[in-house]
Ligand binder design. Structure first.
Ligand SMILES: [Mn+2]
Length: 397
């Protein structure tokens, strides 16, 4: 492994990478005080100094990510915790709300083998600073208690005004993954991630960007090239090919039976879910169907209606779309090509829930301009004769 360790002196190749995906020159002049979210920022070293100052005399840091965290959230939380512990000597508590359901994400947690706390069990004394990762204050998808200030915000979703209250706010929507921001910090500090952390960060970036194909910037590519030689390929394989509980196949089955399309838009009513992020899994699954441009998968978990959106259109604004449709009925947000939402449906009867779901799907279709297209089942199991022909040559073996 020693061949992969970079020299500890001499010109630092990382510095030229700056903040990654932006072409702008770093602005070294704004190193003090709260940082301007969304603006091209100072270089990584200056950012780190500002982060340290922001923590002041905090005795411990709670690193908190969004509820029902995905790989980017989990790995970024672990990475920032590692950084704060190693570089600043601060004790850290890693935490999230909700549950990790998806088998791959559970396998990722197993491989990381780090203690994550349940956000609902935490206390927030004044000697503790909170760092939010892959989410922002009042985004509606995290368990930051109302009234609790986040000292640090590190995220790559669209900037929220509430983040400016953080002493260190670092939001870079141009990044494809939060994990790439963490990797830049580690590299600037010459902090070698251990094998488990490198594996988690690598998997996070691949998962978040669909193997560097979805919203991946130069930062994601640079981080991946840095991480892969430090990662454990067998562990990545164990994560990627994690064994899946039968309940997931039930949701896949429900989705296959009920999915319908209007033009290139596919709506997937997934019924009751065993855990919330099955909707994201279904959206990913149905995105692979020929001709599909948008997938909207939705299902119910406990009191929540969970929605996941995916598109292949790089010019799309999936996050804006889902906020527009959901409005004040729930919390929603996301990026250009992936987004999600949660609506509280605890008080709705089964029928009312079905009516709401149906109207949401139709509103999405309206916004996407396909309401005039015929609504057809995605998989027509009763018309085998009308199945698409096999690709040329496929039956000539
Ligand atoms: Mn993310």
């Amino acid at each position: 492994m020693s061949g992969y360790v970079e020299p500890m002196n001499g010109p630092d190749p990382e510095q030229s990478a700056g903040t990654g995906s932006t072409e702008q020159e770093p602005d070294p002049g704004t190193g003090s005080g709260p940082m301007n979210p969304g603006k091209p920022g100072p270089d990584t070293t200056v950012r780190l100094a500002a982060m340290k100052r922001a923590l002041g005399d905090a005795e411990r840091v709670i690193v908190l990510t969004h509820d029902n965290p995905d790989p980017d959230a989990i790995a970024s939380t672990a990475g920032l915790g590692y950084l704060l512990r190693k570089a600043l000597g601060l004790p850290v508590t890693l935490a999230f709300g909700g549950i990790v359901g998806r088998a791959e994400n559970r396998a990722l947690l197993d491989e990381l083998d780090l203690p994550f706390e349940r956000a609902e069990d935490l206390e927030f004394p004044s000697t503790v600073a909170v760092a939010l990762v892959d989410t922002q204050p009042r985004a509606g998808n995290n368990s930051l208690p109302p009234g609790q200030i986040a000292t640090i915000v590190i995220d790559h979703h669209p900037v929220r005004a509430e983040s400016s209250a953080a002493a260190y706010s670092d939001v870079r929507p141009e990044y494809g993954a939060c994990a790439s921001m963490i990797v830049e910090f580690l590299r600037a500090l010459k902090l070698e991630p251990d094998r488990q952390l490198a594996t988690a960060l690598f998997y996070a970036i691949q998962s978040e960007t669909m193997d560097l194909g979805r919203e991946a910037s130069k930062a994601e590519i640079d981080a991946s090239l840095f991480l892969y030689p430090r990662s454990d390929p067998a562990a990545i394989s164990r994560i990627r090919h994690a064994r899946v509980p039968r309940a997931v196949y039930r949701s896949v089955h429900t989705g296959l039976e009920n999915a319908w399309s209007r033009g290139g838009v596919v709506c997937v009513p997934a019924g009751r879910l065993n855990y919330p992020d099955i909707v994201a899994q279904l959206a990913d699954l149905f995105m692979r169907v020929d001709g599909v441009e948008w997938v909207i998968a939705a299902g119910r978990y406990k009191d929540g209606l969970y929605i996941s959106l995916r598109t292949f259109d790089p010019g799309a604004h999936a996050g804006d779309l889902v906020r527009e449709v959901v409005g004040n009925r729930g919390s929603a947000g996301g990026h250009g090509e992936m987004a999600g939402a949660r609506i509280d449906v605890g008080r709705l009867s089964r029928d009312e829930y079905e009516v709401l779901l149906e109207s949401l799907f139709e509103e999405f279709c309206g916004q996407l301009g396909v309401s005039d297209q015929p609504r057809v089942p995605l998989i027509q199991t009763d018309t085998a004769g009308e199945l698409e022909p096999a690709p040329d040559g496929a039956d000539e073996t």
